[in-house]
Design a protein around this ligand. Sequence first.
Ligand SMILES: [Zn+2]
Length: 117
Amino acid sequence: MHANEIKYFEEILRTRRAQIIQNITSVEAELVQLQQMELNDEGDYAAASNDNIVENAIGMQQEQELREIEEALVRIGDGSYGSCEMCDDDIGIHRLKVKPHARYCIVCREIIEKNRQ
Ligand SMILES: [Zn+2]
């Protein structure tokens, strides 16, 4: 991959990372609010608690994505970014544009998905 292409994806990954960190931080702030609410009003807490289960699921998804982004940034650092972790082939620009933190090429991705079922 060309240096300017790597730079382009690095930019996307860094922006996305900052966004996720901000999201996670605001979810945590809401959790603190929720704990304070618990002391005040039981009914509201039950409703807020349901919202919170959904938010936690989103939070976990984002933390997973954050980890993958960190790994992708490491691969940019060591020069292996853009290569499939399984077969070493190029992941391909088009796939990286859809998912800049992709670890596998589309062929290996499908093999992994199939094995998971
Ligand atoms: Zn592959």
